[in-house]
Design a protein around this ligand. Structure first.
Ligand code: FMN
Length: 221
């Protein structure tokens, strides 16, 4: 499955089958996460076979069921930490989709205190990604009209429009889609209005944009 196909197929899934992840699959996830940590400097950690973080009232309220695998996105506190977690976390989400798994980004609906990972002094947990074999494949979210998030008329190149379309398929907290993309001859400027987790959303959307625009490389301004 190509990454663009993974983008089209991915939808948040909150209810999972009891089926555990195979050892081989866990190894592949571990390798992919190690690579992301090496490239990003983040401290992303997988947690397998641990159901308590998603047995909390918050998780039940969010209608999460049988989540026992999740990936913790953490890193040293920094101005751009949220955006980097979004960008690298979504890379993991799409690769998981390619492996036949389902996922859901989670900022609120879990018990952070129950998460058994090491968070060093100066580090912060930004969000987690629930993953496993979904009971369903989820459903497509509603999107804002493309004109609301970018001006795609005039002399805008084809790759810019493809990038914006891929960004509209990105998961965002409460489906808020507060981001905007602006084209210029020098590159692309991506911005976001304020909202809960909107900087995480921005990182996710930028990763989608790059995949949509490929093979044209994106110069971010
Ligand atoms: C940063 C972030 C945080 C999220 N937090 C939660 C959450 O706490 N609870 C929840 O049920 N869904 C959460 N979501 C999932 C969004 O509700 C979902 O991505 C959005 O409605 C779009 O749907 P889709 O992912 O199926 O395309 C979060 C998504 C993102 C990107």
């Amino acid at each position: 499955m190509e990454l663009l196909e993974a983008i089209e197929r991915r939808h948040s899934v909150r209810q999972y089958l009891a089926r555990p992840l195979e050892a081989d699959l866990k190894n592949r996830l571990d390798e992919m996460i190690d690579e992301c940590n090496d490239l990003s400097g983040l401290h992303i950690q997988p947690v397998y076979d641990e159901p308590t973080a998603f047995r909390s009232p918050m998780a039940r309220y969010g209608r999460f069921e049988q989540v026992s695998n999740y990936i913790v996105l953490a890193g040293e506190r920094a101005e751009d930490l949220d955006e980097r977690c979004g960008y690298w976390g979504e890379r993991i989400v799409l690769q998981a989709q390619q492996m036949g798994l389902n996922t859901c980004w989670v900022g609120m609906s879990y018990a952070k205190r129950a998460v058994p990972v090491e968070v060093a002094a100066g580090e912060k947990i930004v969000a987690v990604i629930a993953l496993g074999y979904g009971r369903t494949q989820g459903v497509a979210h509603k999107s804002r009209p493309i004109e609301k998030i970018a001006d795609i008329g005039g002399d805008r190149p084809e790759w810019f429009r493809r990038g914006v379309e891929a960004a509209l398929l990105a998961p965002t907290a409460m489906n808020q889609q507060k981001f905007r993309f602006e084209y210029s001859a020098e590159g692309v400027r991506a911005t976001t209005r304020w909202g809960f987790y909107s900087k995480v959303d921005l990182g996710i959307a930028k990763y989608h944009f790059e995949i949509g625009a490929a093979p044209h490389p994106v110069r971010w301004l």
